[in-house]
Design a protein around this ligand. Structure first.
Ligand code: G16
Length: 539
C-alpha cells in the first residue's frame, strides 16, 4: 500500500561537487534520506513511468537506503529500477548502464572517497539521462524543494531480496536485479584490446590493484585476474566492507600509503593502481614511481593511438582549472582543443555530449572519457596497461620521456581541513577582493602576472560559473585556491600549486614548490586566519 508520510524540512540538503554528502548518522535521521529523495523526484517533475539504475558502493547504510529508495520509487509511480545484485554498483558502471539502457537516470549511494561506517559519511549521487551528474540549475532546485518539503510517498511493502538476479515487482513497479559487472566489462572490451593486455600478463608482467575494501574489488578481480590473467592475488582488499575496513578510500599518496610503500619496496610489482570508494577515482604507480593525476591525463592524451577506441582520433581534451596545465601542452602540440572547466565532473558532460572532447581529468585522481559521463578508475588503469603493452616501456620510462618532450610541471595539492565554515568563506571573500592589487608584485622570488577568480562560460549552455581564485606567475607557476565541495561537515581549503621546469626533472616536489606554498599562505593569510601553520594533507 502507498503511504503519504508527513515530514519537516531539515534545510541543509545542498548538493556539492559530487552529490549530497553527510555524516552517516545525519543521513540515518528520521525522514532525512526520504526528504532528499522526494525532493529530487519533485524537482525533476516526478518519476511516474520512468526507469532508473540504482546501486551503491556497499558502505554502511547502503542496504537500508536502497530498500527505502525502492519503496519510494514504487510509491511515486516509477516504471522500473535496474538494481545491482546485493545493491552493489560502481559509479562508472552505473553511468554505463544509464547510457546503454537509455534510462531516465540513476542513483548511486556513495560518499565516494570519503570514509564510510557509522561514524563516516554517506552520500547520494544523482545522474540524469546523460549518465552524468546534473547541472547546478537542477541541484539548486532540489535544494530549494528540500527546504519546503512537507510530505513524501513510500510503499509499506516488505523489503526486496536483492541477492538473486532476476525480475520482481513491488506495487506496479518492476525491479530487475542485474549482475553489475558484466555490462561494464562488455563496455571496456569495446574500448581496449583485451588480447594485447592478456599477452602482457602472459609475458610475466606483474601488477597490484588496491580496491581499498570498496566497490571495485569484484570488478577488478573479474577483469584483471579472471579475464586478463593477472596472477591470483593481484587484486588486494577486494571485498567491499561497510566501513572499508577503517580505510579512507581515497587513492592518493596519503590515504593509500600502504600501496605506495609497497611500490617503493623491493617486492614492488611492475605496475600498481588503486580506486576509491565508488570506483571513479584512480591512482597510478610504477615500480618506485608515482604519476600525478595531472601528468597521467597528459600522458594518456599523448598516447591515445594505443587504444583501439581512440586510435582514429579524439575530439579534444578538458581539465579542471585546478589541474596542472600538462594536458594543455599535449593538446597544443597535437592540435587539439583544450578546455578548462570548474571543478566537478558535470562540467565535462556538456563538452562530451557536444563532441567537443573525448578525454578529460582532474587533479583529484579522476580521469575519464566520453565512453560514459563519469570518471572511471578501472578504465584509467586499462589505458595505462595498454600503453605499457604497446610500447614495452615501464611507467617511469613513459613518464620521463613525457617530461623530456613537454617539460615537467611540478604539482601538489595542500589541504587545510576542518575549518570553521565562516572563517573559510571570509578568507576566500577577502582574498578575492585583494587579488587585483597583487598584479606585478614579487613574493619569495616569484612575480605575479595576474590574479583573478576563475570564471567559466559554458560554450554549450551559455551558463557562467565562478569557482576558485587563481594567481598566475610570470614564470608559468600557478596557485589556485578553492573550498572543497565534497566534505560532510566544516570546510576544507584546497591550495593547488604548480611550477614548470624544462630541464630539471629530478627535484623533490615539495622543495621545488616551497616558496610558492609560502607565498600562498602569506597572500591568503592562512595561518593568521585558521591557526594552521601547515596543511593537514599534501597530495
Ligand atoms: C567529486 C566530483 C569531481 C570533483 C570532486 C571535487 O568527486 O565528481 O568531479 O573533482 O568531487 O572534490 P572537492 O570539491 O572536494 O575538491 P567524487 O569522486 O567525490 O565524486
Amino acid at each position: 500500500m502507498i503511504q503519504t508520510i508527513k515530514t519537516q524540512p531539515y534545510g541543509d540538503q545542498k548538493m556539492g561537487t559530487g552529490g549530497l554528502r553527510k555524516k552517516t548518522k545525519v543521513m540515518m535521521q528520521e525522514n532525512y534520506f526520504e526528504n532528499f529523495i522526494q525532493s529530487v523526484f519533485n524537482a525533476i517533475g516526478g518519476v511516474k513511468g520512468k526507469t532508473y539504475v540504482v546501486g551503491g558502493d556497499g558502505r554502511c547504510f547502503n542496504a537500508e537506503a536502497i530498500q527505502k529508495f525502492i519503496k519510494m520509487a514504487a510509491a511515486n509511480g516509477a516504471k522500473k529500477l535496474l538494481i545491482g545484485q546485493n545493491g552493489y554498483m560502481s559509479t562508472p558502471a552505473g553511468s554505463n548502464l544509464i547510457l546503454k539502457n537509455k534510462t531516465n537516470g540513476g542513483f548511486t549511494f556513495s560518499a565516494s572517497h570519503n570514509p564510510g561506517g557509522i561514524n563516516g559519511d554517506f552520500g547520494v549521487k544523482y545522474a540524469n539521462e546523460t549518465g552524468g551528474q546534473v547541472p547546478t540549475s537542477i541541484t539548486d532546485k532540489i535544494y530549494q524543494l528540500s527546504k519546503e518539503i512537507t510530505e513524501y510517498k513510500i510503499s509499506d511493502a516488505a523489503d526486496v531480496d536483492l541477492s538473486q538476479i532476476g525480475f520482481q515487482k513491488i506495487e506496479d513497479m518492476e525491479i530487475e536485479v542485474i549482475d553489475p559487472i558484466s555490462d561494464y566489462v562488455t563496455m571496456l572490451e569495446k574500448i581496449f584490446d583485451f588480447n594485447a593486455l592478456k599477452n602482457l600478463f602472459k609475458s610475466g608482467f606483474s601488477m597490484r590493484f588496491d580496491a581499498m575494501n570498496a566497490i571495485t574489488g569484484p570488478y577488478a578481480t573479474r577483469i584483471f585476474e579472471d579475464i586478463l590473467g593477472a596472477k591470483q592475488g593481484s587484486v588486494i582488499r577486494a571485498t567491499p566492507l561497510p566501513d572499508f575496513g577503517g580505510l579512507h578510500p581515497d587513492p592518493n599518496l596519503v590515504y593509500d600509503k600502504d600501496l605506495v610503500d609497497f611500490m617503493y619496496s623491493a617486492q614492488a610489482t611492475d605496475f600498481a593502481g588503486a580506486n576509491d570508494g565508488d570506483g571513479d577515482r584512480n591512482m597510478i604507480l610504477g615500480r618506485h614511481f608515482f604519476v600525478t593525476p595531472s601528468d597521467s591525463l597528459a600522458i594518456l592524451t599523448d598516447n591515445y593511438q594505443y587504444v583501439p577506441a581512440y586510435k582514429n582520433g579524439i575530439y579534444g581534451v578538458a581539465k579542471s582549472a585546478a589541474t596542472s596545465t600538462a594536458v594543455c601542452r599535449v593538446a597544443q602540440a597535437r592540435n587539439l582543443p583544450c578546455y578548462v572547466v570548474p571543478t566537478g565532473w558535470k562540467y565535462f558532460v556538456n563538452l562530451m555530449d557536444s563532441n567537443r572532447i573525448t578525454l578529460c581529468g582532474e587533479e583529484s585522481f579522476g580521469t575519464g572519457s566520453s565512453h560514459i559521463r563519469e570518471k572511471d578508475g578501472i578504465w584509467a588503469i586499462l589505458f595505462w596497461l595498454s600503453i605499457i603493452a604497446a610500447t614495452g616501456k615501464s611507467v617511469e620510462q613513459i613518464t620521463r620521456e613525457h617530461w623530456e618532450k613537454y617539460g615537467r610541471i611540478y604539482y601538489m595539492r595542500f589541504d587545510f581541513e576542518g575549518l570553521d565554515t565562516s572563517v573559510a568563506d571570509k578568507l576566500m571573500t577577502d582574498l578575492e577582493e585583494k587579488l587585483p592589487s597583487l598584479k606585478d608584485k614579487y613574493f619569495n622570488g616569484y612575480e605575479i602576472q595576474n590574479a583573478a577568480p576563475f570564471v567559466y562560460n559554458d560554450p554549450v549552455d551559455g551558463s557562467t560559473t565562478k569557482n576558485g581564485l587563481v594567481i598566475d606567475f610570470k614564470d608559468g607557476s600557478k596557485i589556485t585556491y578553492r573550498l572543497s565541495g565534497t566534505g560532510s561537515s566544516g570546510a576544507t581549503l584546497r591550495v593547488y600549486i604548480e611550477s614548470p621546469d624544462k630541464t630539471n626533472f629530478n627535484q623533490d616536489t615539495q622543495q621545488k614548490l616551497q616558496n610558492l606554498l609560502k607565498t600562498a599562505m602569506e597572500v591568503a593569510e592562512i595561518s593568521i586566519r585558521t591557526g594552521k601553520t601547515k596543511a593537514d594533507v599534501n597530495t
